[in-house]
Write a protein that binds this ligand. Structure first.
Ligand code: BGC
Length: 372
């Protein structure tokens, strides 16, 4: 397996076009189209920083969409399910929607857990970053999006200036670069919430996708998917993806942690956990890959982040209509979210996620597409 990343520099051979897509909050939502010389195409918006589609060839050069989502602006405006935005300020969960900084406890909005979804915070709260209009400008090979999350928004301290750059190069590297600065200490954990299905146009579910994650441990969770604070070895469990295996291979194993993944398959649950990369040192590394044997599409994930949330689409139940009026059935998409560990501010043994004034949050993730 080739672990080397080639040609990650965005080149001007990628064209970027901009179309008005819709309106919200009195501003235009744009749909940008990035096209490279290999015919790979990415569509994204300044609304919620959504990635709407990624079109890549299969092994017979048939270009199809590998992102699960919707066709129209209205559907993105109403999206229930984080179908491709940037999530934050704190991606994934915060226990009771609380954290303490310098002896002061903050209560952020709560939108998850229990019948009323009001126990914990998930993905930054009610509007997070995904229901906001971002500023946008075309840059070499892509688009730069900026958003000012004001002091007190969703309960978070500090004015947080966020920039996300999406670029595509000639080697089919789709790069997401994040930066943020603040004027008060605040937790930051930004990630992309794209649902992938490499079969193309959702031809099948994702159970035959072959996944590899370079992680010897994961963070086990309680019944509301909050980490217990422990690191659990993957060896001998369904969570072992150190060697590539089909997602479906162990997904119906009776396992206490898998069961907490919940969803439609309540007897067995599913994957909805945070894997901890074994050799993280802050540098960009290949940490995961996903392969679809039916189409030959292969995606490698290079990241500077220490961990990955792998969510196997357990809650997808066929009630949401996706692209081409196709219902999004159980496990027809999966999310691979490069990130810091969920609920980090409440676990002293997890890597720091508090950004202080004068510091710059800076991290990159690359999704590299090829066929084999
Ligand atoms: C979470 C899931 C959640 C999903 C929302 C994932 O990042 O881990 O628990 O259901 O996002 O679509």
């Amino acid at each position: 397996m080739n672990d080397k990343l080639t040609g990650s520099k965005a080149t001007s051979s990628t064209t970027v076009s901009q179309d008005v897509w819709g309106q919200a909050d009195g501003e235009n939502a744009y749909l940008y189209t990035l096209t490279n010389e290999q015919g790979m195409q990415v569509k994204l918006s300044n609304w919620g920083a959504y990635v709407q589609s990624i079109k890549v060839p299969n092994r017979n050069n048939l270009v199809e969409d590998v992102v699960v989502g919707y066709d129209s602006w209205d559907e993105y405006y109403k999206d229930c399910c984080y179908a491709g935005p940037i999530v934050g300020r704190f991606g994934n969960r915060l226990n009771k929607g609380q954290f303490t900084i310098d002896s002061k406890t903050y209560q952020v909005t709560r939108n998850d857990g229990g019948a009323n979804k009001n126990i914990n915070q998930l993905h930054g709260g009610l509007k997070g970053l995904h229901k906001r209009m971002w500023q946008s400008k075309v840059i070499t090979g892509g688009v730069e999006l900026s958003y000012l999350s004001v002091d007190g928004e969703e309960g978070y301290p500090g004015n947080l200036h966020i920039k996300v750059r999406y670029t595509l190069d000639s080697q089919n590297n789709f790069k997401v670069s994040y930066t943020a600065t603040t004027d008060k200490k605040t937790p930051v954990n930004l990630t992309s919430h794209i649902y992938f299905n490499l079969t193309g146009n959702m031809a099948d579910d994702i159970e035959n996708h072959v996944l590899q994650i370079s992680a010897d441990t994961f963070t086990p969770v309680d019944d509301l998917l909050i980490p217990t604070g422990k690191l659990q070895p993957v060896i001998g469990t369904p969570f072992d993806f150190t060697t590539a295996k089909k997602i479906g291979q162990h997904i119906r194993t009776q396992d206490a942690q898998l069961k907490k993944g919940g969803g439609v398959d309540t007897e067995f649950g599913g994957y909805d956990h945070n894997w901890v990369f074994s050799d993280h040192d802050g540098l960009m590394k290949k940490q995961a890959s996903l392969y679809d044997p039916s189409s030959g599409r292969y995606m490698e994930i290079f990241t500077q982040e220490p961990a990955l949330q792998f969510y196997s689409g357990n809650f997808m139940d066929g009630t949401v209509k996706g692209k081409n009026a196709q219902l999004i059935q159980h496990r027809y998409g999966l999310a691979l979210e490069t990130q810091h560990y969920p609920d980090s501010p409440n676990h002293a043994n997890f890597p720091n996620t508090i950004l202080a004034p004068g510091e710059t949050y800076q991290t990159e993730t690359i999704y590299k597409f090829s066929v084999k």
